[in-house]
Write a protein that binds this ligand. Structure first.
Ligand SMILES: [Mg+2]
Length: 377
């Protein structure tokens, strides 16, 4: 499981894209009127290529902002760079550019860029070596468990039966919005679930410690599998410890946690389910390195909300982690997930097959890239 050939980078290109229509998951930050995304393509001096996705769900033009930063700041440091393992590129760029991003107050944006770039480098390195991710990692099966996520309270009756029909057994609900009663939503969902299925809840950092304690207490009778982002990611460890002691429900989080040290701090504070986002922190390398370091009783269930490119990377991580991992797949209509790379996120018996061709992800089709391209400013 180590790369052997040295690759020299020749070019990085950015593809800010956007899908309109579809259905918006309700988010704590607001609704998503359209679905923006940012793809990157790296090419080596032999003409081999790799695709990755940089997190850009929000705000609405985050994809354009991050594309400009890659072109204006990062690209010049990538061309001509040689590497064998994608981790070397993250290290080299951190050494050269972390002070720059600290200075401009966008250290997290730098992490998003590094994450997307790492995915593209894995895709490139695997394609160059002629191996699929599953073959390279020696996985027993080229398939990833998935779970249904971002189910709005208004859609429970439609989406839970539909996804049960696809063999999914875990359903994550958006709760925490004041106009719905949290316990009522969970109770309704529990009634719709097939026997043995489990509900999870996501309150998107919207609760205080007291609200979190009360809300989790109210839904304990429904035995949720985990509760995601019950507190702010930057809440003091003492609050996380306090909350973990107060409930039997496993606490989850990770889409707003950066770096292995911070993830491990959260496990010591009682977090039982870690959810790194492949497009936000660390890319594929970061998630695999994290998985190698977490205690045995801590689960890794990758977070993801974006296009098919990052979704395949996130599913691949889950497959590599194995041991009771599953990757979230948004239930809401989004053409960037279902049309950009063809029909690659097909859920059967709750699982998604990973690509068999060399590489990590399935490249977007040129037609779809044109169709979803941001209009020039
Ligand atoms: Mg979440």
């Amino acid at each position: 499981m180590s790369f052997r050939s040295t690759i020299t980078l020749a070019q990085i290109e950015v593809f800010p894209i956007r899908a309109t229509g579809g259905v918006s998951p309700k988010m704590a930050l607001g609704t998503m009127p359209t679905r923006p995304a940012l793809l990157v393509r790296v090419t080596d001096d032999q003409g081999c290529f790799g695709w990755g996705e940089v997190w850009a769900n929000f705000p609405p033009r985050a994809n354009i902002h991050k594309a400009h930063i890659i072109e204006d700041v990062v690209a010049a440091h990538l061309t001509g760079l040689s590497f064998t393992d994608p981790r070397e590129v993250q290290e080299a760029l951190r050494a050269k550019l972390s002070v720059f991003f600290l200075h401009i107050g966008q250290a997290r944006v730098f992490e998003h860029i590094l994450a997307g770039l790492d995915t593209a480098l894995w895709d490139l390195a695997l394609r160059a070596s002629g191996e699929s991710f599953a073959a390279f990692m020696g996985l027993p099966s080229a398939s990833s468990r998935s779970y249904a996520t971002s189910i709005n309270a208004s859609d429970l009756e439609t989406l839970i039966p539909r996804h049960s029909g696809l063999g999914q057994t875990h359903f994550k609900l958006k709760i925490g919005f004041a106009e719905h009663g949290n316990a009522e939503i969970v109770e309704r969902a529990a009634r719709l679930c097939p026997l043995g299925a489990r509900i999870m809840v996501d309150s998107n950092q919207s609760w205080s410690l007291d609200e979190a304690k009360a809300s989790l207490h109210a839904i304990e009778p429904f035995d949720p599998y985990f509760a995601e982002e019950c507190l702010r990611a930057d809440a003091p460890a003492s609050e996380w410890e306090d909350l973990a002691r107060s409930t039997d429900i496993a606490l989850a989080g990770g889409e707003n946690i950066y770096g292995i040290a911070d993830f491990l701090t959260m496990t010591r504070a009682g977090m039982r389910v870690l959810q790194p986002d492949v497009a936000k922190w660390g890319g594929v390398s970061g998630a695999l390195d994290l998985a190698a370091q977490v205690p045995e009783d801590v689960m890794i269930w990758p977070h993801f909300m974006g296009s098919a490119v990052g979704q395949i990377a996130a599913l691949s991580i889950s497959a590599a982690v194995g041991r009771n991992s599953a990757c979230e797949v948004d239930v809401n209509e989004n053409a960037l997930r279902t049309e950009l790379c063809g029909d690659v996120i097909r859920i059967e018996s709750g699982c998604v097959a990973l690509p068999e061709a060399p590489g990590l992800v399935v490249p977007p089709s040129p037609d779809a890239l044109d169709r979803f391209a941001e209009p020039p400013a």
